[in-house]
Ligand binder design. Structure first.
Ligand SMILES: C[S@@+](CC[C@H](N)C(=O)[O-])C[C@H]1O[C@@H](n2cnc3c(N)ncnc32)[C@H](O)[C@@H]1O
Ligand code: SF4
Length: 376
């Protein structure tokens, strides 16, 4: 089993919190599609003939591509890889791209899941982070996607946006539930170094919301998700029954994936590979047959650390038997010894030989994960 991630690095406008790799011109979409095609052909062996059960177009903004460009990419994927008949095939899309015509076009392609980046249903909040769309457009996009036949829709939200009040977050969630998406990803706003928002904070134009308010928003969300039937299967991901993102789950289950496009990462259990975040050198690399990905062979510590990091964020937590079988007794003992203090303080629980974050633990998950990791 394996996944394919395709990074489509184009955006029409820069949202001020975002540090994903992108360029702000659509000039090279055609040339990029050809390079992507070459990469898909050249790197077929990375997945070692494993069947592909998820394909994810992420960005940037994949919803700037045309029917012909998607078609070229799909043809290459289906020719080069064995794709499961019931593969989950997701398109990450921005609401303002999802016109009825565009959705109609998409419904003629193999996509069976849409992940719509809404972030907020409040126009002032959207404006403060330089989003291109309005709340009305976001609602319309979800409704039109339904009309176009999409039955598996996810929406992305961000809480803790600049000047957001608790009540505004409550209203955002209420609006989200009214749309009944199958899946919701909701992230706390992070101030990424070098972004517009980071600079605004440095100049004192915006201030981060206090930790207590962020926690109150998160706790309220957990309670509401549970009431509305959304399973909190990962710290930031919620799904109605049967609608977990198989692609995201694969990352947490450490299933191999091939990431193509500039800045994309790949993992196959023994190595991590990644493409430099540079569109021009990416395209030139394939045109001149001189492309090579960056490669890092995984040490035992790396493999164990990856396992701890991804598993602890999930509701199932770390299965200690699996840990022992995969990485051996010394890692197992190290993990237990490090976890001990958090079990005593109520941040971790151990049941059925699994380690889980408690609600208090989720709030300091990054530091718990860091202490369970092993460095040389
Ligand atoms: C690749 S990004 C954007 C996808 C799409 N281009 C869009 O704008 O909707 C995927 C998601 O990560 C989340 N995200 C990106 N940067 C973030 C940040 N600094 N803090 C919190 N969430 C962030 C947003 O919810 C976003 O929809
Ligand atoms: S959030 Fe999405 S649209 Fe905005 S800059 Fe990032 S990738 Fe582009």
């Amino acid at each position: 089993m394996a996944g394919i991630y395709l990074h489509i690095p184009f955006c029409k406008q820069r949202c001020n919190y975002c540090d994903f790799y992108k360029v702000l011109s659509l000039e090279h979409t055609e040339r990029f599609t050809e390079a992507l095609k070459s990469e898909l052909i050249e790197r077929t062996n990375y997945l070692d003939s494993a069947s592909v059960h998820t394909i994810y177009f992420g960005g940037g903004t994949p919803s700037v591509l045309t029917y012909e460009q998607f078609n070229t990419i799909f043809e290459t994927v289906f020719q080069q890889y064995t794709v499961d008949e019931d593969a989950e095939i997701t398109l990450e899309a921005n609401p303002d791209d999802l016109t009825s015509e565009y959705l109609h076009m998409l419904s003629g392609l193999p996509f069976n899941r849409l992940s719509i980046g809404i972030q907020s249903f409040d126009d002032a909040e959207l404006k403060a982070v330089n989003r291109r769309h309005s709340a009305k457009q976001a609602i319309q996009a979800v409704n039109d996607a339904r009309k176009a036949g999409f039955e598996n829709i996810s929406i992305d939200l961000i809480y803790g946006l600049p000047r957001q009040s608790f009540e505004q977050w409550q209203q955002n969630l209420e609006q989200a539930f009214r749309l009944k998406p199958e899946h919701i990803s909701a992230y706390g706003l992070t101030y990424e170094e070098g972004t517009g928002l980071w600079k605004q904070r440095e100049k004192g134009i915006v201030t981060e919301l206090p930790d207590e308010l962020m926690l109150r928003m998160y706790r309220y969300m957990l309670q509401q998700m549970s009431e509305k039937g959304y399973d909190a299967y990962e710290i930031s991901n919620f799904a109605l029954a049967g609608c977990k993102s198989r692609h995201n789950s694969s990352y947490w289950e450490m299933i191999p994936y091939l990431g193509v496009g500039p800045s994309a990462h790949s993992y196959n259990g023994s190595s991590r590979q990644w493409n430099k975040p540079n569109l021009l050198s990416y395209m030139q690399g394939f045109e001149q047959h001189s492309y090579t990905p960056e490669v890092e062979m995984l040490t035992e510590n790396d493999a164990y650390n990856d396992f701890v990091m991804v598993r602890l964020r999930t509701r199932e937590g770390i299965d200690l038997n699996v840990l022992k079988n995969k990485y051996g007794q010394p890692y197992y003992e190290w993990c237990l010894a490090q976890a001990d203090v958090y079990c005593s303080s109520g941040h971790l629980t151990r049941t059925d030989n699994r380690l889980h974050l408690t609600l208090d633990g989720i709030e300091i998950s990054n530091s718990i994960i860091a202490s369970l990791m092993k460095t040389d």
